[in-house]
Design a binder for this molecule. Structure first.
Ligand code: NIG
Ligand code: FE
Length: 416
């Protein structure tokens, strides 16, 4: 049983404008409050938005600190094998992503690394990344398959994603990215036939899968394939998520909205005409400024999406190709600078709205009595998070009511 924890004297406690909101449209981000406060955690949940007595097993001195819901990273490609640093050098010296992919690099090279690595090696790397994520404040994250590129290897990726979830303190959800790149020997239509057979098998073996994903791009799949994946998701009661408008405009957003997608991710090249319909829809706009920055991609129109009232999310896109980054505070720092976000807008994008995108906002993503006690204590006010770019502001992390990480220089704040 998790200990009881009292968090005392926080300078800022991030709270939604009301309890029970599944998400908060981003034009309302200014309604998030950051008043001083205390919290009591019991049995793994937030028991009270006050210090409800003096008998806590552990007390955290949060004077001068912001206390936030743990970050939710709604778009990562964990677990994967190895890295692709050589490709990054190619990219920064002028070789394009498409050319790298056509020469056998990119996703296919990570698929070869995944095939070479045994299960322990994949899990060791993913666990180490999850530990790094935890130290940067991520208490829940999405995993994707997609580096398997064969029937058996995609099933293996989903099994390893579930094993990762069992092995780390964070909450995880799995997405089957079964249409990521074209496996050898298939055309796209032929591979989608295989995907249709694979989905029930994947669900039988890995019941934690809750979404399907597809990569729409000139080097990958088309809007017609997006429609096929959307139909599959609907047939199997799964959410549809999709990688769209990353390197070029394909007008995939209207198609995704028609299909009732839970999220459209990337959007660096979204057609301006698609911003208003997306903002009006119950579909998250998942922005990945780490991939945009490191890939020297276009910049998604975040400000327009926010002002139009979209459900905006910022995530790491942690993967060995476009975004080998797991630290949400760094990615939020990029988002604030490049998109022009306020601190509240950035935090909303990595907490409540991110939790909704992975289907978990009833338990995660905001500080409310009864929700899971996933919390982070920062070493200063929230305004410093983006401003002190590159600094890790996370002093302590609580996952499911357990104090799972304390930065050594902040150990004095914990009284057991
Ligand atoms: O989200 N765009 C497609 N998928 C990944 C990149 C995958 C890779 O390069 O390994 C992304 O950017
Ligand atoms: Fe991605």
């Amino acid at each position: 049983m998790a200990p009881s924890i009292a968090i005392r004297g926080a300078a800022q406690l991030l709270r939604p404008p009301a309890d029970g909101l599944p998400y908060l449209r981003h034009d309302r981000a200014a309604e998030l409050t950051l008043a001083p406060g205390d919290l009591t955690l019991r049995a793994g949940a937030i028991a009270a938005l006050a210090d409800d007595g003096g008998d806590a097993d552990v007390a955290i001195d949060a004077r001068g600190c912001a206390v936030l819901p743990g970050f939710v990273d709604a778009h990562t490609h964990l677990p994967f094998a190895d890295w692709r640093a050589r490709e990054y050098e190619q990219k920064v010296t002028g070789v394009g992503y498409e050319q790298i992919a056509r020469e056998g690099g990119g996703i296919r090279s990570s698929a070869r690394a995944f095939a070479r690595a045994n299960d322990d090696a994949v899990l060791d790397q993913a666990r180490a990344l999850a530990a790094e994520m935890l130290a940067w404040g991520t208490t829940a994250f999405e995993c994707k398959s997609g580096y398997g590129l064969s029937r058996a290897a995609e099933l293996r990726a989903l099994r390893l994603a579930a094993a990762l979830g069992d092995a780390v303190p964070q909450q995880t959800v799995s997405t089957a990215l079964l249409a990521h790149a074209l496996p050898d020997g298939f055309d796209a239509d032929g591979w989608l036939d295989v995907v249709a057979e694979l989905v029930p098998e994947a669900l039988a073996q890995s019941p934690g899968v809750r979404a399907l994903d597809v990569y729409v791009e000139s080097i990958a799949f088309t809007n017609d394939h997006l429609r096929r994946v959307g139909a599959l998701a609907a047939r199997h009661g799964l959410d549809l998520r999709c990688h769209v408008e990353q390197f070029a405009t394909h007008r995939s957003v209207p198609v995704a909205l028609e299909l009732g997608a839970r999220s459209v991710d990337h959007l660096a090249c979204i057609d301006p005409a698609d911003v208003a319909p997306l903002a009006a829809a119950e579909c998250a706009a998942v922005l990945l400024p780490g991939a945009e920055f490191l890939g020297d991609e276009h910049v998604a129109p975040a400000r327009a999406l926010i002002d139009a009232g979209a459900i905006v999310v910022v995530a790491t896109d942690a993967n060995p190709g476009t975004s080998p980054v797991v630290a949400l505070p760094i990615v939020l720092g990029l988002a604030v600078r490049r998109y022009g976000l306020t601190a509240r807008e950035a935090l909303l994008a990595a907490t409540l709205n991110a939790a909704w995108t992975i289907g978990r906002s009833a338990e995660l993503g905001s500080i409310e009595a009864g929700k899971r006690a996933d919390l982070i204590v920062l070493d200063g006010p929230v305004e410093q998070l983006a401003y002190r770019f590159g600094h890790n502001p996370v002093a302590a992390v609580i996952c499911g009511g357990e104090l799972v990480h304390v930065r050594p220089d902040c150990a004095w704040r914990i009284v057991a």
